[in-house]
Design a protein around this ligand. Structure first.
Ligand SMILES: CC(C)(COP(=O)(O)OP(=O)(O)OC[C@H]1O[C@@H](n2cnc3c(N)ncnc32)[C@H](O)[C@@H]1OP(=O)(O)O)[C@@H](O)C(=O)NCCC(=O)NCCS
Length: 332
């Protein structure tokens, strides 16, 4: 296919008309690909605004919006991240490449380390080919798994001497941070949480100590594992565009067991206890994110009735500039 003559416009805010165009574009892409190209987080941000700064990149062919990228430059720890899509009828003409190049430019303005993560929802060969052709590496594959809470949730069976209790703010922080570091020694994102990271989460509106369960051996005063659940409340807005927001849903937010206590059945018991809590607060569905490279956790969740719901792939730009074939321009 040939190239397309399109204009690429950059904006810090979208007008309501532009938001409608982006939503129509994502629907066209979603209908053709079987997976919507933007995350729920970005969709909510587009629809309801808020104070999250973002760079919007709009590719137009005449009046028609044919491509869009959303670049979030707010994460100082991980660097910028971008999500993008091209209208199904305008693909293989260089638009995707041009949007990624422009996203790299926007990210570079905020990050001297020149980092950028591209998130692709649905694991399409086209996203993989585009990202790899621009020198990105496939860094993470995240599964979202879901389970109905209408299906039976067996009672948890705890090893002898172990009890479950809610997290006690003001008392359990230090012991929990130690446990979290041990449980996630191989997962740097989660394992290196410090007191401030925990404090921020504990002060969030959704935090509920009864949904943050600790497994403890009181005789030794030792924490062995935890299951932190989260409730995502219902979000309902009238978009007037046929789309709908989500019903309330529970999340297995973080589940961790001290490696010294692996093999005792604590992962299963903690998961079941958390599911019972979410069911007791009236939810009928629960979701979680798990790394595809973590077969132990996936096996546990599958055994407990979770099934894969969707797949997200994160491509990471290795430190420094990419080796880019071509100049990324829209027209030759
Ligand atoms: C991925 C996506 C953005 C690509 O958009 P596009 O405009 O078709 O991409 P380009 O024309 O710029 O392609 C650039 C290069 O990517 C690769 N590529 C893109 N689509 C491909 C496909 N279907 N098969 C093989 N290679 C592909 C090729 O190397 C291509 O270069 P070439 O055409 O010279 O061979 C588009 O398919 C899309 O919107 N997919 C759904 C959303 C999504 O997955 N977004 C995440 C992107 S990381």
């Amino acid at each position: 296919m040939g190239t397309v003559r399109a204009d690429l416009v950059r904006a810090d805010h979208l007008t309501p008309a532009e938001v409608s165009e982006v939503l129509a574009l994502t629907r066209a892409a979603g209908d053709s690909d079987g997976a919507y190209p933007l995350s729920e987080h970005v969709m909510l941000h587009l629809r309801h605004g808020g104070d999250v700064p973002a760079v919007h990149l709009l590719a137009r062919d005449g009046d028609q919006l044919v491509g869009y990228a959303h670049v979030d430059t707010t994460d100082a720890v991980e660097g910028a991240s971008a999500e993008l899509c091209v209208h199904p009828l305008f693909r293989r003409r260089g638009l995707g490449r041009a949007l990624v190049m422009a996203a790299i430019g926007a990210a570079d303005e905020h990050d001297p380390a020149h980092r950028l993560r591209l998130w692709a929802h649905g694991d399409h060969p086209s996203a993989n080919a585009l990202a790899l052709s621009l020198g990105f590496e496939r860094a993470r594959v995240l599964w979202q798994m879901r389970r109905s809470l209408f299906a039976p949730v067996p009672a948890p069976e705890l090893p002898p001497g172990v009890v479950l209790r809610p997290f006690r703010p003001g008392a359990d922080e230090a012991a929990w941070l130690d446990l979290n570091a041990r449980a996630f020694a191989d997962h740097p994102d989660q394992g290196r949480w410090r007191a401030a990271d925990l404090r921020i989460r504990l002060s969030e509106g959704w935090f509920d100590p009864d949904g943050f369960l600790l497994a403890e051996r009181p005789a030794e005063g030792k924490l062995l594992g935890f299951h932190w659940t989260k409730v995502h409340g219902a979000i309902r807005h009238d978009h007037g565009d046929g789309s709908h927001d989500h019903d309330p849903i529970g999340e297995v937010y973080v589940l961790g067991v001290d490696p010294a206590a692996h093999g005792l059945g604590l992962g299963t018991a903690l998961t079941l206890a958390g599911l019972r809590h979410l069911r007791d607060v009236g939810l009928d569905q629960v979701m979680l994110y798990v790394d595809e490279s973590n077969p132990t956790a996936i096996a546990l969740y599958q055994k407990l009735g979770f099934a894969r719901w969707s797949t997200d792939v994160c491509f990471r730009r290795p430190g420094g500039r990419n080796q880019v074939a071509g100049d990324g321009s829209l027209s030759p």
